[in-house]
Ligand binder design. Structure first.
Ligand SMILES: [Zn+2]
Length: 246
């Protein structure tokens, strides 16, 4: 049996015993899977040196009904060399991988997160704006987890938010009366950027550019909303702040 074949991003590599690797992949059609790559630390031959972050791989694997499957072969379909050579871009990509892992369970349909990763890595590889890429990623992930910020209606009372100030809470955008007591609401411009990034088609990623002023306003609330939606704080977040400041 030759096994299953799929395109995948490597989200995590964990050494196992002397010679093996446990590889967590986000595949195009099989969702998130963890596989044992036997002998991968001793000889990369079988995996053509493709088992690395920032490589889109063609993976061949065997997946039993229960227990961990086996990665039998891997080859590089695309390598993101520019990101690999850029420390801030590299940390940003590692943050994408960690958050995607936290946001996805094995068995979930993960085609959307797979396409999102692919388009964001392409954007970074072409020198696109890192902070804008980060916020597109956060907002689309929040939306994928079921908390889509929308200006159509306040997530609490249902009042329309079009051209309005608002708060970003768990569950989405909240009108100022409903969010009373939780500090100053976000400006109309900030709300507009949040709504636009959430709904942005993949082909328009490169046209989305956050101003520094809007980023200062939305950065902390978007991250707080992401942490609530994930139910955990990604470990890569703090280091990422340091990298993006530099
Ligand atoms: Zn309301």
């Amino acid at each position: 049996m030759p096994g299953e074949l799929d395109l995948a991003f490597v989200l995590r590599l964990v050494p196992y015993r002397d010679a093996d690797l446990v590889v967590t992949l986000l595949t195009q059609h099989h969702g998130l899977i963890s596989l044992m790559a036997r002998g991968a630390r001793k000889s990369q031959k079988r995996f053509s040196g493709a088992l690395d972050y920032l490589t889109l791989i063609r993976a061949t694997f065997k997946k039993p009904r229960s227990g961990m499957g086996t990665l039998t072969a891997a080859e590089s379909a695309r390598s993101y060399e520019k990101i690999r050579g850029d420390l801030a871009g590299y940390h940003l990509a590692m943050h994408f991988f960690e958050v995607t892992r936290l946001a996805t369970r094995e068995g979930d349909d993960a085609n959307e997160p797979f396409l999102l990763l692919g388009h964001l890595l392409t954007l970074l590889e072409r020198g696109g704006d890192r902070t804008s890429a980060l916020r597109i990623f956060h907002l689309k992930t929040i939306s994928h987890l079921g908390y889509a910020p929308s200006e159509l209606a306040c997530a609490s009372c249902g009042a329309g938010l079009h051209e309005s100030e608002a708060h970003l809470h768990e569950g989405g955008l909240i009108c100022p009366p409903c969010g009373a007591g939780s500090g100053a609401p976000l400006s109309k411009g900030a709300v507009n950027s949040i709504v636009r990034a959430t709904a942005l088609p993949y082909e328009n990623f490169s046209s989305f550019k956050l101003s520094m002023q809007v980023e200062r306003e939305i950065g902390p609330v978007v991250e707080a909303a992401l942490i609530r939606a994930l139910g955990a704080e990604p470990r890569s977040l703090e280091q990422l702040h340091e990298m993006l400041k530099a």
